[in-house]
Design a protein around this ligand. Sequence first.
Ligand SMILES: [Mn+2]
Length: 350
Amino acid sequence: MYTKQFDSQDITKFLQWIAEARNILLVSHMNADGDACGSLMGLTLLYDQASMIGCSVTPVLPNGCPKNFEWLPESGRIVKGENDTQAWERMTEEADLIVGVDMNAASRTDMLAEPLRKARCHKVLIDHHHNPDREEFELVFSDPEISSSCELVLWLSQAMWGDRFLNREVATCLYAGLSTDTGGFAFSCEQPSCFEAASMLVRYDIHPAEIHNLIINTFSVNRMQFYGFALSERLRIYPDQRVALMAFSLDDQKRFGVGGEDMEGLVNYTLMMKEMEVGALLREEVGRTKVSLRAKYEVNVNHIAQQLGGGGHTKAAGATCKMPLDETLREVEKLLGVENAKPLDCNSKG
Ligand SMILES: [Mn+2]
C-alpha cells in the first residue's frame, strides 16, 4: 500500500471543491505521453462520477492526444488547446476548478500557460516531477519518488473515495500510464506501491497484453524502415567516450515520411549497447533542432540539457536549440567530450 499520508485537510478541501464545481478543467503537459494521457483521462472518468449532476468535466491537452493513446476510454473528449487558444481562455475564466496533472508548472502547458495563470478559480496539482509550483497551485499533491502520476491518482482517489468510483475504464487509463512511465515495469518502480497499484488495477478485468500492443506495437512500415536506416546509417559510436549519438536532417525525415512522434523512444537504442553510457538524438525542424539525451550511470544529462537551454531528469533530458542541425551537433559533441574523437567505423567490420 502507499505509505505516505495525504494531508487530511487537503483531502477535505479537494473533495468539497469537486462536489461544488460546475465546470472542472483538467490539463496536462505539451507533447503528452502515456502518463499524461492516462492520468488525465483517469481523473476525467473519476470526476464524472464524483461531481454533481450537470457538472462539465473537460480534459485538455496543449497539442492533443498522441495517436497511440487515442484508444483510451473517452479520449475523444480531449480538447486540443492549440486549435483554439481563445476558447481555452474562455474556459479558464468559466472554470471553478482546474486540475493540472503530470506537470510541475503552468509553463509545461505552453500556449495555455498564460490563461492558466490568470484563472482565479481553485487550482490543484497532482504530479511526480521535482519542484512543483506551489505558488501557482493552491493545493499540491506531489511525490517525486512515486512511479507515475497515474499511481498517485490511484492512491489519491483511494484516500478520497475508496474503491467507489474505480472501474474497468478508470483502471485501463491508470494502467496505461503506470506501465509506460516505468518502461513496462523496468525502471522507476523501486517502491513496492508501484506493483501494488498494478495488482489493484488488474482486478478490474483490464488486459495488460492488449494495452501493451495498443501502445507499443503500433509502428507503421515507414517508421520501421526509418529505424533500420537510423541504426545502420546515422548511429555514431564513440567507444572510448562511451557515447552514442544520432542526428537526423529534415531530408532524412522527408525521405521516410516520419516526424517527431515517430522518433519517440529511438534515443533509447543508444543505451542498448552494453558499453554506452550516454546517448543523444538530434532532430532537425524548420529553424531549430531538438535534442534528446539519455544516460545510464553517473552522467547527469539534465546538466547538459540545461547548457543547451533545456532540462529534464538526471537520466533523461532534452532541449530545443534555435540553431541548424550541424551547429547544434557541434555543441552537443563538445558537451559530450567527443568533438575531436573519431567515431567507430561501422562499415568496415567485414
Ligand atoms: Mn509521468
